[in-house]
Ligand binder design. Structure first.
Ligand code: PGA
Ligand code: ZN
Length: 434
């Protein structure tokens, strides 16, 4: 049973406060027979408006309003009371208690950050008590399939202060034969990109997810540089390495003008660049014709179901269309998308929904409906590598967790390297796009 639940405020990768939770389970005296699981909660910057609510104190003069003492308090009181003495091996029941205690649709009472910290820490404690790795605990006998990384090596949008408007440009080492090789390929390309940027006198400073953040004219320019880096590292674009994009289009969308505004591109070209939903689709089509892009995330904004249907109809057979802000790891929104044939993949971020069980429900619904699954970090991360285990446990086949740079990102890749070693011959590493 759960013997102790304790939360504290710690810092995330952006230097903002976040919630850390420790849960101790076991019989007898804690410390002698107890097993403790610890988890830290991530935080987004380009958050979808339908996400579960992250509780922040909003107190002036306290981390600019971002402190999370109320969420910490909710863990230490309401959530602790709800789960103390309960069976930690019954994750679904624990998560049900969390949801019941919160009592709202979007976790705004206890806070999704409080809820998720408890949910993840319970899973860790349970795995520790059974003395098995977390990915095995969450995945049972299904585990073995490694996720192909989507490594965000060039950051823009809300994750950097450069002129790149789309948020993420990622490389996918789909041609690798295992996780270790996949990470090596990306690491080499990342270093080659750095050399190329330096040679061109462009900035090699990095954004929130560890990718470089130079000022560049437009997306074509970004993709050309990435192609150059792939080749310089000795890999073949379209065979060894594919490209994925997260446009994070909800952030570009201006409701009053009913258009997507590209401020960086406008600045660089000296004229305003606006695109409506149709033009966005044409724009993606142009990019697909020129570059080996296999995945486009949040290509349109989160309310534009009609646009998403069109996007999926026109490009869905050619490319993976991932709903992040569109689905927010929520089965209600996902089932709506599946019914309407909007998108063909889901991005799963555990803190968008607030409990592990609900995130697993979203994975299951997607997998049963033929939608692909990408397990994802947030732009605000911690050294917690929970999602690496989750990606292996669910056999999702893809993980998005930033550049091979910044320890908050590498924590996940390093955990995948450990799992790779542990799985040995049982590892399955497959290109999800063939
Ligand atoms: P966020 O960005 O964590 O800032 O929301 C990640 C994403 O959009 O995928
Ligand atoms: Zn996204």
């Amino acid at each position: 049973p759960v013997r102790r639940v304790h939360a504290r405020q710690v810092l995330d990768s952006r230097g903002n406060p976040t919630v850390e939770v420790e849960v101790t389970v076991g019989e007898g005296v804690i410390g002698i027979n107890g097993y403790t699981g610890r988890a830290m909660v991530p935080s987004g910057a380009s958050t979808g408006k339908f996400e579960a609510v992250e509780l922040r104190d909003g107190e002036k003069g306290n981390y600019g309003g971002l402190s999370v003492h109320r969420a910490v308090e909710n863990v230490n009181t309401r959530l602790a009371e709800a789960i103390l003495g309960e069976n930690a091996l019954n994750q679904r029941f624990i998560d049900h208690k969390i949801i019941e205690t919160d009592g709202t649709d979007n976790k705004n009472s206890v806070g999704a950050n409080a809820a998720l910290g408890v949910s993840m820490a319970v899973a860790r404690a349970a795995a520790a008590a059974l003395r098995i790795p977390l990915y095995q605990y969450m995945g049972g006998c299904h585990t073995g399939r490694m996720p192909v990384p989507m490594m965000n090596i060039l950051n823009g949008g809300r994750h950097a202060d450069n002129t790149v408007d789309m948020q993420e440009f990622m490389i996918m080492p789909a041609g690798a034969s295992n996780m270790e090789e996949a990470i090596r390929m990306c690491g080499e390309i990342y270093q080659c990109l750095k050399i190329i940027l330096k040679q061109k006198k462009l900035s090699t400073a990095v954004g929130d997810e560890g990718g470089f953040a130079p000022d560049l004219e437009d997306s074509e320019k970004v993709l050309e540089l990435i192609m150059e880096a792939v080749k310089k590292a000795g890999y073949e674009p379209g065979k060894d390495i594919y490209i994925a994009i997260d446009a994070a289009a909800s952030e570009l969308y201006d409701k009053d003008r009913n258009a997507y505004v590209f401020p960086g591109e406008s600045l660089m070209k000296g004229k305003e660049i606006l695109r409506d939903s149709e033009q966005m689709i044409e724009y993606y089509e142009r990019l697909l014709d020129q570059f080996p892009i296999v995945s486009i995330e949040d290509g349109l904004e989160e309310d534009d179901w009609e646009g998403w249907k069109k996007l999926t109809k026109y490009l869905g057979a050619r490319v993976q269309l991932v709903g992040d802000d569109l689905f927010v790891t929520n089965i209600k929104r996902l089932s709506c998308g599946i019914r309407q044939k909007a998108a063909n993949a889901i991005l799963v971020k555990v803190n968008q929904i607030g409990t592990l069980s609900e995130a697993l429900d979203a994975v299951e619904m997607a997998q049963k409906s033929g939608y692909r699954v990408v397990i994802s970090h947030r732009s605000g991360e911690t050294e917690d590598s929970f999602i690496a285990d989750l990606a292996v446990a669910t056999g999702a086949g893809q993980i998005k967790t930033g550049a091979p740079c910044r320890s908050d990102r590498n924590a996940k890749y390093n955990q995948l390297l450990r799992i790779h070693e542990e799985l040995g011959e049982l590892e399955i590493y497959e290109n999800p796009f063939v």
